[in-house]
Write a protein that binds this ligand. Sequence first.
Ligand code: FES
Length: 369
Amino acid sequence: MSARHLAKEQPESFEFNADFAALAQKRIAMYPEGKQASAIVPLLWFAQKQHDNWIPEAALRHIGDMLDMAYIRVLEVVTFYTMFNLAPVGKHFVQFCGTTPCWLNGSDKIKNACKSVIGDENIITEDGEFSWLEVECLGACVNAPMVQINDDYYEDLDEDSFKQLLADLKAGNPTKIGPQTDRENSAPLGGNTTLIDNTLYDGSMVGDYKSVLKQIEKAEAEAAKAAAVEAKIKAKEEAKAIKTEAKAETKTEEKPKATPKPKAAATPKAKAAPKAKKTAESATDRVETKPEMLTEARGGKADDLKKISGVGPKIESILHELGVYHFDQVASWDADQIAWVDSRLKFKGRIDREDWIAQAKKFVEEGDK
Ligand code: FES
């Protein structure tokens, strides 16, 4: 890569002619207000086209003014791209690629030909016909080695074909743009080496393709049918599993966790009957009254309500949702409050049946949590 400097000899001024000025305005208008600087590359290109294939300093300033850009910013852009020439070049400006793929394919010989036919790099021949510059990869590596002359690529060069090309340009003869061999664009050298069997494309390998298509359609339909049956069976199995799971959960909740130990000797059975009767009778007279609830457990830690016989994980979570977190809350419920809570549980009558109040009171007395 050569250093990018402005030419020593510069014209006094630069302005776009009417055609390029119109093109420039069209480009600038493509960008939103405040983003006109984005048009810098096309404007530099227009300046180069107008000014004998190189951009004078006055053009850089002119473009900076047009785009409201600091001149140093314009200079940064123009020196970055080797497509912009900052000094006069020959009528046929040769940009020679010396990057690795081209170098591996013999670009040194092209470079030597540049030196021997044209002269030193960046020097215009006396007749003004040629100048050359070594640049980085021009993106045509598959056709290495290559050069760009003005706007055209010449590829798959060797020393002889390159020298002949320069001679034709000097003589004004027509030239062949692209590969200088019989190669077609970037196709393999010597022609295609794969996929060259015509039977791959004429359908003869497939034979009666209509019957093959029918076979494919049939196979696809059968596969879709099998998938539908499988999905149906799977859905049934899943529904069955959910049902079984729900049943198992219900059973677990109904089973008391532990039988509370009576403090005193067992009450004779004959006496228990009237008590149960009384409870059942009083339940019908109750007026549901909401007990005082909490929005969260005190101190952030709820009592283990599952210690109450008849309270499983599910009922405990319902109690939490209602705002019941502690034994003392349960212990404080009266009959109407029991009725309110009872109606919100799945298994009504459980509070009385399991005697939660007595159990909760016991846990409170014992300081259980
Ligand atoms: S290396 Fe020469 S064109 Fe890419």
